[in-house]
Design a protein around this ligand. Structure first.
Ligand code: ADP
Ligand code: ADP
Length: 232
């Protein structure tokens, strides 16, 4: 089945002479359970697309569907519920609360989610069973990103949106984080939509969408997916 579909999705920031056409009529279909990588140069509109599909922002024109729900028709309150109940986000810079432990950061989500995991179980899934009482400053970059992934998966989201999830990590740590994402995809069946400008990351995807200048240039199905450990 289809997780997401967009048709004619357009995004214009600003107006008049200063208008920026970030998305120029994007038609896209993302199958449920796939790992999809959106690859393209900086400024090509990848984050804008991710933010609109993730319900953080709205398009200017066109339609976005999550299963058979039309995001473009939702009220702000409905969009907030969609974000809270169905999707998880992982960003380049973790966005953890520095004054809270790893477990407490995950609890921020599990306390309001409809059907959450146990916070310690989520942290164990990303290999941090021994670090649940650590504060972010006591963790390495890769560990902090794994806390962010634990927080994102603890609500058992159907979809995980990742914006440059390995962008701040060295390549070995980045591979470990990609492996965690792949395990989540395999064990929970979550659809993963990942934005990156790192072409190597694309090797682990089911599908790679090449993006440039606000539009899709080509979509490639990856028949010989590499495991993250094989990625350079
Ligand atoms: P990158 O993809 O290179 O990490 P960003 O996606 O954060 O960078 O930003 C890409 C471009 O979008 C930059 O040129 C930045 O100036 C511009 N940009 C991002 N956010 C805003 C904003 N809120 N207002 C204006 N311009 C922005
Ligand atoms: P990418 O994620 O591929 O780097 P973005 O989606 O961040 O690209 O940006 C696409 C275009 O939209 C860029 O030209 C950027 O400068 C512009 N842009 C992004 N966010 C904003 C914003 N909040 N206000 C104005 N322009 C923005």
């Amino acid at each position: 089945s289809t997780a997401f579909r967009t048709s004619g999705l357009t995004k214009v920031y600003g107006s008049g002479h200063s208008a920026v056409h970030a998305l120029r009529g994007v038609d896209l279909e993302i199958p449920s359970g796939d790992i999809v990588v959106l690859l393209g140069p900086s400024g090509s509109g990848k984050s804008t697309l991710l933010n609109i599909i993730g319900g953080l922002d709205r398009g200017t024109k066109g339609e976005v569907y999550f299963r058979d729900h039309c995001l473009s028709d939702m009220s702000d309150a409905q969009l907030t519920r969609y974000r809270r109940d169905h999707v998880g986000f992982v960003f380049q810079f973790y966005n953890l609360m520095p004054s809270l432990t790893a477990r407490e950061n995950v609890e921020l989500v599990t306390e309001i989610a409809a059907d959450p995991m146990d916070p310690d179980e989520a942290l164990a899934l990303v290999g941090l069973r021994e670090r649940v009482d650590h504060f972010p400053a006591q963790l390495s970059g890769g560990e902090q990103q794994r806390v962010a992934i634990a927080r994102a998966i603890a609500k058992r989201p159907e979809v995980l949106f990742c914006d440059e999830p390995t962008g701040a990590l060295d390549s070995e740590t980045g591979r470990a984080v990609l492996q965690v994402l792949r395990d989540v995809n395999a064990e929970m069946g979550s659809t993963i939509l990942m934005v990156t400008h790192n072409a190597n990351t694309a090797a682990m995807a089911d599908r790679v969408i090449y993006f440039a200048d606000g539009g899709i240039r080509k979509v490639v199905e990856n028949r010989e997916k590499l495991s993250p450990s094989e990625i350079h």
